[in-house]
Design a protein around this ligand. Structure first.
Ligand code: TXA
Ligand code: MG
Length: 334
């Protein structure tokens, strides 16, 4: 057993209550092959991964995340070809989307084959699949003989992690290793697309903008997700939440109740003139939606830890990634 503070060859220190953080794909592979969990970087958010074909390893994900078993997991592989054994039928529009956007921030809900367990899919007849766009994780997936089940690596209900350190802060005591791929470039979870009568339907707005999907396959329906939506049992309304109360309406009322110096402000491009500047964060001074998405969860975490009582977030215009950002803010405020 190593002792606290001991330096490992791959440049990380051991601590009994911490995961190691490093870039050792071989070590990550060994742990996964042994049925253990590993934090993995993706372009959207960090995932908490295990062998999707090992029931005990998948159960461990639900335990570590404290996640209800009715909330199914996304299966990750490094190519469509490696996903095909787990899928019964691939609608033409799904193939178009996969060809165009994988690797990338897109998850497809497809009819599942018998090769994937009911535990992963929460007993549904579809399986969620994705090829993430991150060089370390793609190399890891290419080295494995099985796909990885991976939800976002946050405790159930909290903000998703976009750095290895976020994973460490929240789940470090429960897992051995976090593969460090730097800050997630997209910063918001994948867009989830399913199919009804072979027509694409968006079930979760995310890192791939609706406009891009529509360019590839034409008009797409967006289904507002909630607990009552049987297609997406896990897409709970109250989710992605900081511990502090988050408001998106009536800034004047929030200031009247809590006092201007107790309100942390998350704005898009301009600060609020009604609040002290010290407690304000701007997602993108240049009105760049991609940059705003990349900063969203990190800044929410920062404000959650700041010396304020509550957080007020300004909604973005409803276009491009602004839609997905607003979706997360509305859920966090619910
Ligand atoms: O960007 C992402 O998608 C990240 C990275 C790690 O890939 N993963 C992620 O996983 O966000 P998670 O578990 O936090 O969110 C996946 C969502 C859940 O709301 C779950 O209910 C839904 O996908 N989901 C998974 N399988 C499903 C299925 N078969 N039918 C309907 N919804 C499904
Ligand atoms: Mg999640």
């Amino acid at each position: 057993m190593p002792t606290n503070g001991q330096l490992y060859a791959h440049g990380t220190y051991f601590c009994a209550t911490m995961a190691q953080i490093g870039t050792d794909i071989k070590y990550a592979k060994l742990l996964l092959e042994a049925g253990q969990l590993v934090g993995i970087p993706t372009e959207t958010v960090y995932g908490l991964a295990s062998n999707a074909l090992d029931q005990d390893a998948v159960l461990e994900i639900f335990r570590v995340k404290d996640r209800p078993k009715f909330d199914p997991l996304i299966v990750h592989a490094d190519s469509l070809q490696k996903i095909e054994p787990f899928v019964r039928h691939l609608p033409e529009a799904a193939r178009v989307l996969a060809d165009r956007f994988w690797p990338g921030p897109l998850t497809l809900l497809l009819p599942k084959s018998g090769a994937i367990s009911d535990l992963v899919t929460a007993g549904l007849d579809t399986v969620a699949v994705r090829v993430p766009d991150h060089p370390l994780t793609l190399a890891l997936l290419a080295s494995l003989s099985f796909p990885l089940a991976a939800p976002s690596a946050n405790p159930f209900g909290y903000i998703s992690p976009t750095t290895a350190q976020h994973v460490e802060n929240q789940l470090g005591a429960k897992i051995k290793y976090i593969l460090d791929g730097g800050q997630s470039g997209v910063g918001i979870e994948s867009t989830i697309v399913g199919f009804e009568h072979n027509q694409p339907v968006v079930y979760r707005l995310g890192g791939l903008a609706l406009e891009e999907i529509e360019q590839a396959v034409g008009r797409v329906r967006v289904v507002a997700h909630s607990t009552s939506n049987p297609q997406a049992p896990g897409m709970l309304k109250s989710h992605y939440s900081p511990r502090k109360k988050l408001f998106i309406d009536d800034l004047a009322g929030v200031i009247a109740t809590h006092g201007a110096d107790q309100v942390g402000f998350l704005g898009f491009a301009q600060p609020s003139t009604k609040l002290p500047l010290a407690n304000q964060m701007l997602l993108s001074a240049s009105h760049d939606y991609g940059q705003a998405a990349k900063h969203l969860f990190e800044y929410l975490r920062t404000l959650d830890g700041a010396k304020v009582a509550v957080i007020f977030a300004e909604l973005l215009p409803e276009k491009g990634l602004g839609r997905a950002i607003n979706d997360r803010l509305r859920r966090a405020a619910a």
